[in-house]
Design a protein around this ligand. Sequence first.
Ligand code: ZN
Ligand code: ZN
Length: 97
Amino acid sequence: MQRGSQSPPSGPLTADERAILFYYCLNHTVARCLSCSRSYYLHELVADLLSGRTHLCPRCRRDLTENVRSHVYGCGILPDYVREKAKALREVARPST
Ligand SMILES: [Zn+2]
Ligand SMILES: [Zn+2]
């Protein structure tokens, strides 16, 4: 599915995204693995230190980073101002007008 000209964010979660997860999202699931048909809590996800990837599915080792990230921006319990701030931080690379 394509959403405008916005390129999908990639790479590991930023410090801000992680902070949001730790602050707001510890008591509900943050990523769903399609292969396993299971949703996982943040603390259930595993990191692969060799590849440097974090937030992997504990069962099939699929990289769920993007799922976690989309949760950050779609989390229902996040206060609006926090979500707006997170979005704004993602756009700091773009020159402001
Ligand atoms: Zn959440
Ligand atoms: Zn899985």
